[in-house]
Design a protein around this ligand. Structure first.
Ligand code: IVH
Length: 668
């Protein structure tokens, strides 16, 4: 059935009107018509589209929800890197920033754009010919996740831009966040449904955006503020950041209303102070303010270093501090027997989460701060950082407190506590006889980056060990649905899911298996190196200290740990039992097949991706990563502020790669 002209015209008119109302309502908070009228227009369009499905276009105002759930997110490579920001934690640091900017620009005074730093997650919105075609998370700045279907459900993200002179390709960047009100409402719902609560609005926003089912995202009240652009072509943008934001707003993108042009540091400080005061009264969470050199030309001449532009800085609010009381000091026993004193605290809300305990690291630290049971202390937590005890308020110490002392026997298994000379850590000598070490080693074995046993969480491991259903990792594979059902929080269904997950985990890789064994000092990267060098578990188990030390990056300490681990009869038995139970892995590829086989890299300077990650990627392609530059080095990869290694590479005539080029080589 073809669509009558008049219907097509009406649909077009409804599109335009609804887009406009959407914008006025969600982006400007200034609706032109009552909600009921809006609903009526939307229903009219829906019924036209029902009658004539040809009318449905991806940018129709009816098409915000309804996409089918995904199995996994696709990957998006950012055409232009998504940078992050350097931080200033004091006015002095801000002064330094401004001085550097002025020196580089050779000017006395700089105009900045000042805006709040929203605490959500960064997204990239790609518009082609004014239509939203893709939305992605920041990821590591180079590749992110394709979250288009989810972002389409955010009412303040226009599916279609309005106005004139819209560039053919326009990539907009902004922060998706959840307001305090949206967060409270979500948690109230979760509470009444008996579900887990989100700890803070940022986690709630991230969790909501990274949902495989867009229908769930649609029910969460996410919002966006746009704060910049990425790639642009087929059109021109204004010459200052503030004018660009005005352009974006003209195209119906949502921009924060109080972005100000300020002059010099004094202008910046005034803006910061205003927001430090207003912070609590804002309807959403901010963790500081951002200053950006306003003129684009100046931005370009400043450029950027590894991870962040030289033309912008985040002035962060100080880490929140709160007073609370120490209810006790517990000693936890870790996987390798390390004893860690932990302060149990009167619950206190600080830095966006409720804190109930804070690590005291080791005995020396407790002695230095002299934290005691009964003390009133100041705790601090900033952003994602783990909470810490800043200091004790001595005047408030009650009478009769006692200095903390680390026990001389393990609080769990009562074995001797040993302390190696020169090490701050004290350890339980019980080994796998100690239930605490056993629990931790099983948790480690099951963890995502090790054997990845889905559904085998910490609480479950604790129950299994306490009820003596398992004592070693090899016992896991003997568990049956009957063994599991009947444990706390274990219905039949989850029990059979777990048994399936256990079966799935039997098919693993050699690096994962080596890592899962939990040998001291053997992290993921070392496990990979060992798997690559030996190619076979039996060869690794038979290796003597010399053979181990011959492996690049394995020093005498690590070699000793590995050798000790495999000499221990108990460990050999557990490994044999695991293999007997069916744990297996494919033969490890020989390094010869790898593009960087035999090549030695040295990394120096501040890199944008975690150094360990880059190292691992190089190693997985056969490369070696050494700590110092010599004639044997093939490439030196330099990040920001490289030091003497860079100089040495130049002196020796060794090829120098910047990080981007190196990553490019990796992805070839
Ligand atoms: S600009 C080139 N502006 O902060 C600079 N970022 O620490 C790129 N953020 O990843 C960022 N509010 O998620 C900018 N007004 C704002 C911001 C902002 C929040 C976030 C953003 C970014 C992170 C960097």
């Amino acid at each position: 059935m073809s669509v009558p002209k008049s219907v097509r015209a009406r649909a077009r008119k409804l599109h335009a009107e609804l887009h406009e109302h959407n914008y006025r309502y969600y982006s400007r908070d200034d609706p032109l018509i009552p909600d009921a009228e809006y609903d009526q227009l939307l229903r009219e369009l829906q019924s036209l589209e029902e009658q004539y499905p040809q009318l449905i276009t991806p940018d129709s105002p009816t098409q915000r929800v309804g996409a089918a759930p995904l199995k996994a997110f696709g990957e998006v490579r950012h055409e232009q890197r998504m940078l992050s920001l350097d931080n200033a934690f004091s006015d002095d640091e801000l002064l330094d920033f401004d001085r550097r900017v002025r020196e580089r620009l050779e000017t006395d005074e700089v105009e900045y754009a000042a805006e709040p730093k929203l605490d959500g997650l960064a997204v990239s919105l790609l518009y082609r010919d004014g239509r939203l075609v893709r939305a992605a998370t920041r990821g590591d700045g180079i590749t992110g996740e394709d979250v288009t279907q989810n972002v389409r459900t955010i009412a303040s993200v226009p599916l279609k831009l309005a106005g004139r002179s819209i560039p053919e390709v326009l990539e907009v960047r902004g922060e998706v966040y959840m307001s305090h009100a949206g967060f409270e409402a979500l948690n109230q719902q979760a509470a009444s449904a008996g579900q887990k609560l989100f700890v803070n609005p940022r986690n709630a926003a991230a969790g909501s955006l990274r949902q495989l089912d867009p229908a769930i995202t649609a029910r969460r009240s996410l919002e966006i503020f746009c704060y910049g652009v990425g790639q642009v072509s087929g059109g021109t943008l204004a010459e200052t950041h503030t004018d660009i934001l005005a352009q974006l707003q003209g195209w119906h993108l949502r921009v924060y209303e109080d972005v100000q042009r300020v002059t010099g540091v004094s202008g910046c400080i005034a803006y910061y102070q205003h927001y430090e005061q207003q912070r609590e009264r804002l309807p959403f969470e901010i963790d500081g303010v951002v200053f950006k050199v306003n003129r684009l030309q100046q931005q370009q001449s400043l450029g950027f270093v590894a991870r962040a532009p030289r033309w912008a800085i985040a002035r962060k609010f100080p880490a929140q501090q709160r007073e609370t009381r120490v209810l006790g000091i517990e000693v936890q026993v870790g996987r390798t027997g390390a004893l860690t004193p932990v302060a149990r605290l009167q619950p206190v809300f600080v830095g966006g989460v409720t804190v109930t305990n804070a690590t005291l690291h080791n005995e020396e630290e407790v002695q230095r701060k002299d934290v005691r049971k009964g003390d009133t202390v100041i705790v601090r937590r900033a952003g994602d950082v783990i909470p810490e005890v800043v200091r004790v308020i001595r005047e408030r110490r009650p009478a009769g407190t006692q200095k903390f002392q680390l026990p001389t026997s393990c609080p769990v298994c009562h074995s001797h506590v040993v302390r190696v000379e020169g090490e701050a850590v004290a350890r339980c000598s019980g080994g796998l006889f100690c239930p605490a070490q056993r629990k931790e080693s099983i948790k480690h074995f099951a963890s995502r980056r090790a054997m990845d046993i889905e559904g085998l969480g910490d609480k479950l491991v604790e129950q299994l060990v306490e009820k003596e259903r398992i004592s070693h990792v090899s016992d896991l594979y003997r568990l049956t649905v009957e063994d599991l059902a009947g444990l706390e929080r274990m219905a039949e269904k989850s029990a059979s899911n777990l048994v399936e997950a256990l079966q799935r985990s039997q098919s693993t890789t050699l690096p994962r298996f080596i890592y899962a064994l939990g040998i001291r000092e053997v992290g993921e990267a070392t496990a990979q190196t060992l798997a690559r060098e030996f190619g076979d578990l039996d060869l690794l188990m038979a290796a003597d200290i010399e053979a181990l030390e011959a492996v690049r990056d394995v020093g005498p300490v690590v070699a000793k740990r590995i050798s000790e681990f495999f000499t221990e009869q108990h460990n050999r038995k557990v490994i044999a039992a695991l293999r007997e139970a069916g744990v297996h892995w494919p033969v490890v590829e020989k390094p010869q097949a790898q593009p960087f086989a035999g090549k030695t890299f040295v990394l120096t300077g501040t890199l944008s991706m975690p150094r360990a990650e880059l190292k691992e990627r190089l190693q997985s392609m056969g490369g070696r990563v050494a700590g110092s530059v010599s004639k044997q080095t093939d490439f030196v990869v330099v990040g920001d502020n490289p030091g003497s290694k860079h100089d040495k590479a130049l002196k020796l005539g060794i090829p120098v790669l910047d990080e981007a080029t190196c990553i490019e080589m990796l992805s070839k």
